[in-house]
Ligand binder design. Sequence first.
Ligand code: IPD
Ligand code: CA
Ligand code: CA
Length: 261
Amino acid sequence: MIGSANLNIMVKAARKAGRSLVKDFREVENLQVSMKGAGDFVSKADLAAEKFLKEELLGARPTYGWLAEEGGGIDGQDPTRRWIVDPLDGTTNFLHGLPHWAISIGLEHKGQVVAGVVYDAAKDEMFFAEKGAGAWMNDTRLRVSGRSRMIESIFATGLPFGGRADLPETLKDLGRLLPTCAGVRRWGAAALDMAYVAAGRYDGFWERRLQPWDLAAGIVIVREAGGLVQPLDERRDILDEGAVICANQAIFDPFAKVIRG
Ligand code: IPD
Ligand code: CA
Ligand code: CA
């Protein structure tokens, strides 16, 4: 793989963490039938993956800042650079033995994500991108889809669960979008949803109430694959806003019009 030293550090760390999570995932499949379930085991695997990634990434770049889902943030000596990490995106899938989850690592520089890695370890698909150097999945260059007709397009989203407050907005989105397109998918890992837009598997993706670690890596991967990524509310910063819309360039406007209402 040809990339910057930072990208190589990110890919190596994701691959190692992935190997260990795959072992845990096999164990989870065995735990499904137990009374206690796999919940505790999965939170331990999640925390262990984050600890490992922190040691690898901050070990290699000790002056950078850090933001991750489980352990929160640390200001770095270098205030311009920060790792943004979700050690396990798609936890609910992992817990239920569904092989659709990923490790997500973004590198932010002066408020912009400049490199991203999303590793689907169960399928050994490594999505990565660096600003100005294109987006890749393993050895294949990524390109967003060429579809320009809404009625032929498939979109992904996240559905609010467990009483989350954005249910009415999401139902409204679905009510407007479904009649215009070829389908909507909810596969349960936002970082992979974005990687799939970059790979042209989905034509677009939107979701509200995401966190920086869900989004960071995906932003640069979609952009480097030729797609558009915007905050749902254009006046806000995308990582602060946590509500995203992305798609190939041809479908972005009609899609955004439906979602933004
Ligand atoms: C979740 C997944 C899911 C999205 C949720 C996220 P987690 O992340 O990305 O697709 O709908 O909003 O919280 O909890 O599995 O890391
Ligand atoms: Ca996540
Ligand atoms: Ca997570």
